[in-house]
Design a protein around this ligand. Structure first.
Ligand code: PEP
Length: 249
């Protein structure tokens, strides 16, 4: 299975930061794993132009479940594709918290993304209170049950799950490697029960305070097939070594 290093720029970046994209491409000419950046929608088409012909792919950070219509401020999966995206992040905890996105809404978006030919990166993860209450696997199981498309229509690698403990995002804190292993094994088993053999080829990403100094350890955990990286994806000098660690894992 081809591993995936995905960067989420969130609401960061204007034209000036596009220089980081060229620097990343130059430093990772043949990365040895899939390499993706998801910029804000305003930079998507320009980033796709810069990335054209390189090993870097670009993706969106959200999409609407409908293909077009009266939805002010929203962007459809087809529009992302038209702008040059190959992937889209869906159900990120910040969207679940800031925009009240439910599992049902995330499922509709993931279904739309797959129908448009995009790879859907569906995020799941527990809050600190849920982990402290011993509910982590229950929460992840419920999110997987509700947020994933009812059926897998495309190739196994078109559906990616990102396990992102909410309390680890942007905090510098990470679960222990045993905790990462437990959740990733649980996700693999849950996907296999639901989708069958195809689930063995689905990529499972860990996300939450991944940086160059902890990347190799995280990538050595079974069923970790890559990372979703926030803060450390903004600079080529931070993201490049994470991509290299994944390629070497
Ligand atoms: C994220 O927001 O998906 C994320 C993992 O952020 P960070 O790497 O900054 O913790």
């Amino acid at each position: 299975m081809r591993k995936l290093a995905a960067g989420n720029w969130k609401m960061n970046g204007t034209s000036a930061e596009l220089a980081e994209v060229s620097a990343l491409i130059a430093a990772q000419a043949k990365p040895g794993c899939e390499m993706l950046l998801c910029p804000p929608a305003t930079l998507l088409a320009r980033m796709a132009d810069i990335a054209a012909g390189s090993a870097l792919m670009v993706g969106g950070q959200d999409c609407h479940a409908k293909t077009a219509g009266a939805h002010t401020g929203d962007i459809s999966a087809d529009m992302l594709k038209d702008a040059g995206a190959t992937h889209v992040i869906l159900g990120h905890s910040e969207r679940r918290a800031d925009h009240g996105e439910t599992d049902i809404a995330v499922r509709a978006k993931a279904t739309a993304a797959l129908a448009a030919g995009l790879t859907a990166i569906v995020c799941v993860g527990e809050t600190e209170a849920q982990r402290d209450a011993g509910r982590t696997l229950d929460v992840i199981g419920t999110q997987l049950a509700g947020s994933l498309p009812a059926q897998m229509t495309g190739a196994a690698d078109s559906l990616v799950i990102a396990y992102e403990p909410v309390w680890a995002i942007g905090t510098g804190r990470t679960p222990t490697l045993d905790e990462v292993a437990e959740v990733h094994a649980f996700i693999r088993t849950t996907l296999t029960t639901r989708f069958g053999e195809v689930a063995k080829a689905m990529r499972l990403l860990y996300g939450g305070s991944v940086k160059a100094s902890n990347a190799a350890d995280i990538f050595a955990v079974p069923h970790v097939n890559g990372a979703l990286v926030g803060g450390a994806s903004l600079k080529a000098s931070d993201f490049g070594p994470i991509v290299a660690a994944l390629a070497a894992s």
